[in-house]
Design a binder for this molecule. Sequence first.
Ligand code: PLP
Length: 428
Amino acid sequence: MFSRIPVSSIPVKQIAGITLPKTVANDALAVKASQAVRPSLDTLGRAWFSSNSRRGPQPRSFYRTLRPYVPGESLESVSKQTGIPVDKIVKVASNECWKTAAPPEKVAAALATKNYYPDLDSSGLAEKIAAYVNNLDSVSVSADQIVITPGSADAIIQVNKTFVEPGDEVLTAQDSFVMYDLATVYSGGTLKKVPLKDGVFDLDGLADAVTDKTKVIFIANPNNPTGTIVHGDKLKAFLSRIPEHLLVVLDEAYHEFVKSSAYTPGTQLMQDFPHNLMVLRTMSKSFGLAGYRVGYGIGPKALIAEVLKGIPPFGLTNASIAAADIALDNPTFPKEILEVLTEEKAYLYNELDKLDLRYFPTESNFICVFVPENGQAFAQKLKKLGVIVRPQPGDVLSKAIRITISLPEHNQRTIKALTQVLSDYKSG
Ligand SMILES: Cc1ncc(COP(=O)(O)O)c(C=O)c1O
C-alpha cells in the first residue's frame, strides 16, 4: 500500500521543516511515503546519529569510541544464520543453567498485579536473600546490607557509578569480566588492568598497582573467563594491604559452584574487613534465572545505603521479583546443579585431555579451553555444526574459547563438534 522512497529524493527543506545535513539526506534510509513529509522525530534522530553528523546534540565524548557489550549469540540468531532448527542447536556460550528454579507456571500464577509498578522494597526479597546467604555461608548479614539489581552486571554499574569520580582509577585483571571496563567508562573513570598469573588474579600485582587515584578494585572470584579462584588466605593478606578508603568488590557470580577448600566466601571476610568490602552475586547462574535478571550486592550498611540512593526505580519487574522469590523457596537447587556439573566437568576434562587440548582447571560452570587457532574463527566453525561457544578477546586468550558445562547430551554434542573441527583443521 505504501510506496517506499529514499530520503535522498525528498527536498531537504521538506523534512519536518528542519534543514538536515547532507549526510542525512544521502542516508540510504527508506521511509514510507506517508512518513516522508513528516518523519517521526525518532526516525530523524536515528538517521542523524547514524550519519556521524557534527551538527545537533552530541553524545558524551567517550561514546565516539564506546564499544557496546556484545552478548553471546542466541539460539534463534544462530538458527537464522545456519538454518539449523533451534532445538538442534546447543548453546554453551553464556554460562547459563539448563533449567530454572522458578518454573514459569509458578511465576505466572504469582503475577496477578502486572498492571502495577513493582514494589521491591515491600516484597521481602532482600530479607529472603539475606537468609539464603547466611545459611549458605554461615554468616549473619541483614537485609539492609543488600542491594538488589537487574542482574549483577547492573550491580557493577551501580557500584561504579556510586564511588568512581571522573579521573579516578579502577583496578582489575587483564582478562576478566568485560562489565568492569564498561562500568568504568560510564562513570568517567580510568581502568588499569594487571595481567593474570597463570589464569589467576594476581593479588600482589593489584596491590602494587594501587595509586592515590585508585578508588575501586574489582576481583572476579571465580574469574570469568578462566574459572580460577584466588585462595582465601591470599585474599585476606591482600585486603590487609589495601587502605580503607578504597573499595574492594569481590564478584562472586559463580559462588555456588566453587568446591575448592582453599576458597573463602567474601561474606566471611567482611567480618575482618567491615568497611570497604563488597560482594556481588547473581541468581542467573546457580538458580537458572538469567532471563529474569536478578543480582545483588552485599556490603557494609553505610555503603549499601549510598548505592541504593542512585538505583533507578523499577529495575526489577514483577516477574523477576516473583521468580527470585519462588527460586529461593528451593535453596538447595544450586547444589543439585553442582552435582551434575561435577560429573560433567570430569567427563569434559577427560575428553579434552584425549583431544590434547589445554584448559584452565575450573571452579565454575564453564571451562576456558585453548584451541589451535584464533578463538573467533574456531567458534565460527563450531557454530556451523550447531554448537555456540564464546571466543575470548585480548592477546593472552585470543586462542581460547569458553565452554559452559551443561547437560550430558549438550556436552557430548560439544565434544563431537570439537573433534570434527579439530580433525578438519589438522587435515586442512
Ligand atoms: C564474573 C561475572 N560477573 C557478573 C556477571 C553478570 O551476571 P548477571 O548480570 O546475569 O547477574 C557475569 C555474567 O556472565 C559474570 O561472569
